[in-house]
Design a protein. Structure first.
Length: 159
């Protein structure tokens, strides 16, 4: 990743990211999409939303599901929140017009913590780069990437 000096994940970041990784296992199986979990946490530590891939429909991404969980009164709290996602937010997607990166930017979420960089299996991955260019703090925790890959091994072993 580019930009300013890299920031490291705190113990609380790691705990929330592990929660997001656990949520990925709730994703209905798919042969054409990753299983991802996401948790949105306010600056006071309260959870605003949780989601996983395909929670409400077959093309829904985890970040969308988590954002859908945020109640109207809490929408303003997103401007000081962190989103934890097991996979780098998509910067391009095949199933819908609006990417998770665009959803995060539109919500005003200033901080993104993820475990696994999206492989170029379905689309070219650029979410972290786009978020950084937009001035968001982006922290990757690569030592948790194996755990984030686990619910997706069937995709990675194909071909």
């Amino acid at each position: 990743m580019t930009g300013a000096a890299p920031q490291s994940a705190s113990p609380a970041d790691r705990e929330r990211l592990l929660e997001a990784i656990a949520l990925a296992h709730h994703s209905p199986p798919s042969r054409t999409a990753f299983s991802v979990g996401a948790v949105i946490v306010a600056d006071d530590g309260s959870v605003l939303g949780r989601g996983w891939s395909r929670r409400h429909d077959p093309t829904e991404h985890a970040e969308e599901a988590a954002l859908a969980d945020v109640s109207g009164g809490d929408r303003l709290r997103l401007r000081a929140a962190t989103i934890y996602t097991s996979l780098e937010p998509c910067g391009r997607r095949a199933s819908r017009e609006v990417t998770c990166t665009e959803h995060i930017l539109a919500a005003g979420i200033p901080r993104v913590v993820f475990a696994w960089s999206e492989p170029d299996l379905f689309v070219e991955a650029r979410g972290a780069e786009l978020l950084e260019r937009a001035g968001r703090t982006v922290i990757q925790v690569p030592d948790l990437a194996d755990a984030a890959r686990e619910p997706n091994l069937h995709l990675l072993r194909r071909g």
